[in-house]
Ligand binder design. Structure first.
Ligand SMILES: O=C(O)[C@H]1O[C@H](OP(=O)(O)OP(=O)(O)OC[C@H]2O[C@@H](n3ccc(=O)[nH]c3=O)[C@H](O)[C@@H]2O)[C@H](O)[C@@H](O)[C@@H]1O
Length: 252
């Protein structure tokens, strides 16, 4: 987390401001919540009725607790003020247009593989995640906003892999000779994560449709182009011929 205090302020004060605005103008509010509300889960897969297992003072706390209190505020405004809320618990998502410096695992592994750098696995790589492609998430969010489901809904792809399997898969799809490098484990890193999406299927008629490899190939294509673009676009000023006056040197 780049700036924990800003993260906490955005999730708490930001959500409070938006709820106040929604109340004033009579709008329906969508909270982009997260699988991180489940913390390092003791229940697997995670369904919406699981209360979670979060360290309130750990390195992830400003994000996790910030999102948890954002959910609390949504339901307080719903019950006390009649604000309409929709709460999506978004599981790990990836796709084109992720930031090069995002720092999450998908962009890190793809960029490392494309550049022949070691793929950095934190800990043993036995921790699991399930990744959804961005267009599936967008369709889920639209379906949620158009539904009458005001309680939280998981949106994610339940296909679960270890991070090490994931590193190998990305290496193969890129066709990279990169090594896999094991670094120290991240503190409080959730050891398992996989969404239970029964509720979204039943109440929104939604489920992810983009297979993992297809999504990864699209993300790889995007990052390959971005790297080419950056390599070809160093800004070297070149005066146009018409501006170069014959026989005269300018002294500034
Ligand atoms: O999308 C989500 O649900 C959450 O994803 C992330 O949390 P996390 O699941 O830890 O996502 P990554 O940072 O991408 O890490 C996934 C796993 O890969 C590992 N990892 C990450 C980066 C890396 O270079 N190497 C590596 O092994 C991490 O230790 C972790 O076990 C973000 O911290 C949250 O903002 C977000 O809500």
């Amino acid at each position: 987390m780049y700036n924990p205090i800003k993260t906490l302020k955005t999730n708490t004060i930001g959500t409070l401001n938006m709820l106040g605005l929604a109340k004033r103008v009579g709008a329906r509010l969508l909270l982009a919540s997260t699988s991180e509300v489940y913390g390092d889960p003791e229940v697997h897969p995670q369904s919406e009725d699981y209360w979670g297992h979060v360290n309130p003072i750990g390195p992830r706390a400003c994000y996790d607790e910030g999102k948890r209190v954002a959910e609390t505020m949504c339901y307080a405004y719903m019950k006390q003020e009649g604000v309409e809320v929709r709460v999506a618990r978004i599981f790990n998502t990836f796709g084109p247009r992720m930031h090069m410096n995002d720092g999450r695992v998908v962009s890190n592994f793809i960029l490392q593989a494309l550049q022949g750098e070691p793929l950095t696995v934190y800990g043993s790589g036995s921790q699991t995640r399930a990744f959804q492609y961005v267009s599936d998430l967008v369709n889920g969010l639209v379906a949620l906003m158009n539904s009458n489901v005001s309680s939280p809904v998981n949106l994610g792809n339940p296909e679960e892999h270890t991070i090490l399997e994931f590193a190998q898969l990305i290496k193969n799809l890129v066709g990279s000779g990169s090594e896999i490098q094991f670094l120290s484990e991240a503190q409080d890193d959730p050891q398992k994560r996989k969404p239970d999406i029964k509720k979204a299927k039943l109440m929104l008629g939604w489920e992810p449709v983009v297979p993992l490899e297809e999504g990864l190939n699209k993300a790889i294509h995007y990052f390959r182009k971005e790297l080419e673009y950056q390599a070809n676009n160093q800004y070297i000023p070149k005066p146009k011929p018409a501006r170069i006056k014959k026989g005269r040197t300018r002294h500034n």
